[in-house]
Ligand binder design. Structure first.
Ligand SMILES: [Zn+2]
Length: 330
């Protein structure tokens, strides 16, 4: 497949490889109208991704001074080159909530990383002695500050024959948003619904209540919109969106079952529930699990436990009075 090609009228797709990353590549979408353009997401802040970026900018003759960069969510494979776009004259636009969280993540001693250490403690990960320097979110965080215009769901961005509504797709991150054009039934969905792989849903702290519940509601929302053209950030494009939504519901219902039954015989910490769940990763057991993946796996198991707690099927207690949470069936 060509690396840069026209996908739909005035909408281009540039496929940028992410070497050494299980996501394999990122799809950058560019909507053009004369010398104006909207670019959706950027890829990591690396020399290699920058080369690919300059390449599509050249090939599509983009004028960055007349370009808007829309960042779907805070992750560094989506926002890494925001500083490059901004310093070359583009207007950066990003969901308000993810923008605030990101400002905090950029700092080495930011509140965000203190919270991650605290999550590890309450999740029972203390015994694994993980080092924050190995956390992929920390290692690859976007380091440069950049100016951006914060946006909220319900606002519109127009270009060419398109009228994009910014829609809330939170779940994968607390503030992720997509661009939805009703007339053409097009959705730029970030990491919300992906082909073959499922979006990673994490525990983000108790103030962001039930992320998995919000995620599933937003999958239902997309299914109800009957999207014909879903443009997602990784892997191949999803051709049958409603079928993919049903597969995602089935996947999480199986995972919720697994998490629930992990608690059949006794209360467990999110870490110990994780150990009892099955993971698509080549590791013989928990000790063999790469440290960098332990946070994600436990965060994901925890999001499932929290959803079960919102459904009032389970609850938690601080059994030993040390702040480590043990979940149990009601
Ligand atoms: Zn992401």
């Amino acid at each position: 497949m060509k690396e840069i090609y026209e996908l739909y009228d005035n909408i281009y797709r540039a496929i940028i490889p992410l070497r050494g990353n299980p996501l394999k590549s990122i799809n950058i979408f560019i909507i053009k109208d004369g010398d104006e353009a909207i670019v959706v997401d950027t890829g990591f802040n690396t020399e290699e991704v920058l080369e690919y970026t300059k390449n599509y900018i050249n090939e599509l003759s983009l004028n960055l001074k007349k370009t808007k960069l829309f960042i779907t969510h805070l992750h560094s494979d989506h926002s890494g080159l925001a500083g490059f776009f901004e310093s070359n004259g583009a207007e950066v636009i990003m969901p308000e909530l993810d923008g605030l969280l990101m400002g905090d993540m950029r700092k080495r001693d930011g509140k965000y990383w203190k919270r991650i250490k605290n999550f590890s403690h309450i999740q029972g990960l203390g015994v694994d002695n993980l080092d924050i320097n190995d956390h992929p979110g920390y290692k690859f965080r976007t380091r440069e500050a950049f100016k951006y215009r914060p946006v909220r769901p319900g606002e519109h961005i127009k270009i060419a024959d398109y009228d994009f509504e910014i829609i809330d797709l939170c779940g994968h991150t607390p503030g992720m948003c997509g661009l939805y054009d009703k007339k053409h039934s097009i959705l730029f969905g970030g990491d919300h619904i992906l082909h073959k792989i499922t979006s990673n849903i994490q525990f983000w702290g108790f103030q962001f209540k039930d992320p998995l519940g919000k995620y599933l509601n937003n999958v239902k929302k997309v299914k109800d919109l009957n999207i014909k053209h879903l443009y997602s950030s990784h892997r191949d494009l999803v051709l049958d969106v409603n079928k993919r939504c049903d597969e995602i519901f089935a996947h999480h219902s199986k995972r919720l079952d697994e998490a629930y039954h992990a608690l059949d015989d006794r209360p467990l910490t999110p870490r110990d529930v994780t150990i009892r769940m099955k993971w698509d990763i080549r590791a013989k057991g928990w000790d063999d699990f790469p440290d960098s993946q332990k946070w994600f796996a436990v965060g994901e198991a925890h999001a499932h436990l929290e959803h079960l707690r919102y459904l009032e099927k389970i609850s938690y207690l601080d059994k030993d009075g040390d702040g480590v949470l043990h979940y149990f069936q009601k």
